[in-house]
Design a protein around this ligand. Sequence first.
Ligand code: GBH
Length: 473
Amino acid sequence: PKREALEIEADQTPPFYLGMATAAPQIEGANATDGRGPSIWDIYEGIPGKIENGDTSAVADDFYHRYLDDIGAMRLLGVKRFRMSIAWPRILPNGDGQINQKGLDFYSRVLEALLVAGIEPHITLYHWDLPQALQDRFGGWNSAQIVPVFAQYASVVFNALGNYASHWTTFNEPWTFCFLGYGQGSGAPGLNDKAQAWNCVYNVLQAHAAAVKQFRALMPGAKISMNLNCDWGQPLSGSQADADAAQRKIEFMLGAFADPIFFGDFPASVKQRISYLPQITSQMAADLKGSIDYFALNHYTSTYVIGQQGAVGLQGPCDYIETQVTPDSHLIGDEADSDWLKVTPWGFRLMLNWVNNRYHPSEIVVTENGISMKGENDMPLAQALEDTQQVNFYRDYIAAATDAVKYDKVPMTGYFAWSLLDNFEWGSGYSKRFGVVHVDYRTQQRFYKASAKFLTQLFNTTVLDPTFTYPSD
Ligand code: GBH
């Protein structure tokens, strides 16, 4: 049955806004240009076998040199907001100490150009590119020494660039860089130590609180948050054990960060199971509570969860396991090109409701959502540009979110698609293409995919037709 088109009301208060998300290390390239220092990813990329095809981020989309063209293209695409990150090693090549003015100048130019194009920037301070010097000096996020150093970096950026944006975040997906980078070794700095990963969580929380203190003093009126990622956890069966396990999975992944920020402590489920969990002091709790102005959620997919005594996961002992396939071989959703991503728009609506019911945030902004289309990287260009799966992904996910707003009264006030351009997809190198704009990495030419045109229609009208089919007839 046809549903009526759902409107995202442009005049709701606070306004609903739509945009595109990116991150410095995935698009900029120019890793040794104008005084940028090495990041932990630059070094990690050099370890044989870590990145698919031996790809590196050295050139990426060459956004460092092509930002004017890309901002011009966004203007034509009707993009209203642009989420970007600042590369710490451009600003402070050694992590602290000497400021590199050329790095600040680059971001001033980018931000000026965005404002001239009528696009409002949302700025993330840290999207995983720690200056290598800090990893070498004291072990990076494993050490409490990172806290004042991050606060210093934050204040340099707030002082120099604070006037350009009213929406900020301190960290992108600390779950990912702590547990994959320090706990599992599938991201920089490539360490395999669960205790270090939980130290990372703890130090990130403290660094966030320290940066927010500066932010509040320097930029009253602007808003700050932390981008937290979570997959929806669906109990595999109707059993109480699986229901509890699914709840626990979300508490481990999202609650590990959001609970301290909203309630001043780690979830009980985590405290009971992780023996090496650092303790949140009452001072730290006081600093954390109220330290975000809106909830910034990155969401892509869902997983089934099964309760299992003694199970150890990415985060340590957790008594649950995750799978995206049922015992009788049904996938939780259609496959994408990235093996962790299955298309589950229903999980998005449930995830938004979970966040709303647990934390009652004043606003939820979805700061990343997107897909790499199955098989896209192996397709001839003309076929890759007809990215029907990506169009359908955006249609169905945005419809699910719109339902959450309209019927469940979830206060979602913004949505960013990941991503503007195909880009350096971390361990997958350039083999996974999340962009709505295709990038030819030999020539740096850009080509619009059907999904770019689909989102343009949405950006310009703020009306989503949930029955839209592509190719249209
Ligand atoms: C985001 O991570 C990132 O913020 C962004 O930079 C990235 O490009 C984008 O999504 C697309 O991936 O391989 O089984 O260990 C999304 C969350 C968490 C998804 C880690 C991939 C790895 C799963 N990511 N996960 S696995």
